[in-house]
Design a protein around this ligand. Structure first.
Ligand code: NCD
Length: 308
């Protein structure tokens, strides 16, 4: 089995078989990560650069750890310490790095479409680690693995995605993936943070009532408000957001069943999710982070070993 694509730009381009292959491979790497010796030689002599033009904690560390566990040679690049601040274009920066014989590029950028642009101009394999408000494919894949572990599968599962849907690449990648794998999606949040025609465009259910979404779902994926991507106020205050849309213990206790709580991080305690929910029994937030390393190992391994 091999991936149908030579880059991972988005879930939009993947076939269900690609997603199954990545998740199955990730499970094998997860076993490796439980061993006392967590390192395998799979990517020895492969050089990978992590190009982060935008802030990141989890995703950057997770990619770097995945690369090191696979024995790849790893370079890290962050814009604040680079010649981008001296006026160099992204393409020139990348071509300079590639001339030093780099095989793969992991790219995070605040501009939607940056990795797609790069893929048209460079021969190295590209993994999108988040492009603007477009996609964050490895997050959706690690979320899929986490949902599968928590509930037994994706097919027929009901997933609520709650919060700032409009500015979230995590939401879009999750919606593409869950639709392809036969899960049902409802998005919930304030009307100003949900795109107007999302139901028609992406085939999801929409509600502005969080309790209704929670009553319906098996799993709630709670998202941060992406304030850095909003240039005008889209809700009255963080306090009011918490009161109306925040996930509280009281709200969870009012449901007639137990649901699974997810969050891609970084969490804003007391805004979209209360502390006792983030730390509670239903929460698989740290399992998601753990699964991220295995999923990224799988993606890098499969792209590097692609046939054809
Ligand atoms: C997300 C991101 O950067 O897209 N975080 C992540 O990668 N785990 C979500 C966010 O920033 O809120």
């Amino acid at each position: 089995m091999t991936l149908s694509t030579s880059n991972l730009l988005g879930i939009k381009d993947l076939q269900p078989d690609d997603i199954r292959l990545i998740l199955d491979t990730a499970l094998q790497f997860k076993d490796v990560l439980q061993r006392p010796v967590k390192k395998v030689p799979s990517l020895r002599d492969v050089t990978i650069v992590n190009l982060f033009f935008e802030n990141s904690t989890r995703t950057r560390i997770s990619f770097e750890l995945a690369e090191k566990r696979l024995s790849a040679d790893v370079l890290n690049f962050t814009t604040s310490a680079s010649s981008v601040s001296k006026g160099e274009t992204m393409l020139d920066t990348v071509n300079n790095i590639l001339s030093m014989k780099v095989d793969m590029v992991v790219l995070r950028h605040s501009a939607s479409g940056a990795p797609h642009f790069l893929a048209k101009h460079i021969p190295a394999a590209i993994v999108n680690a988040g492009d603007g408000i477009n996609e964050h494919p490895t997050q959706a894949l690690l979320d899929a693995l986490s949902i599968t572990e928590a509930t037994g599968g994706l097919e027929g599962k009901k997933i609520a995605i709650i919060g700032d849907i409009m500015h979230s690449r995590v939401a879009l990648s999750n919606i593409y993936l869950l639709n392809k794998m036969g899960a049902e999606v409802t998005v919930a949040g304030p009307p100003t943070l949900i795109p107007k025609y999302i139901k028609e465009a992406l085939g999801v259910n929409v509600t502005y009532n969080v309790k209704e979404a929670l009553d319906w779902c098996d799993v709630a994926n709670v998202l941060r408000i992406q304030l850095e991507r909003q240039n005008q106020p889209l809700f009255s205050s963080l306090r009011e957001y918490n009161l109306v849309y925040g996930i509280s213990r009281k709200l969870l206790d009012s449901l007639k069943k137990q649901i699974v709580i997810m969050h891609p991080g970084p969490i804003n305690r007391g805004v979209e999710i209360d502390s006792d929910v983030a730390n509670g029994n239903e929460s698989i937030i740290l399992q998601q982070v753990e699964n991220g390393v295995a999923v990224r190992m799988a993606v890098l391994y499969l792209l590097a070993n692609r046939e054809g």
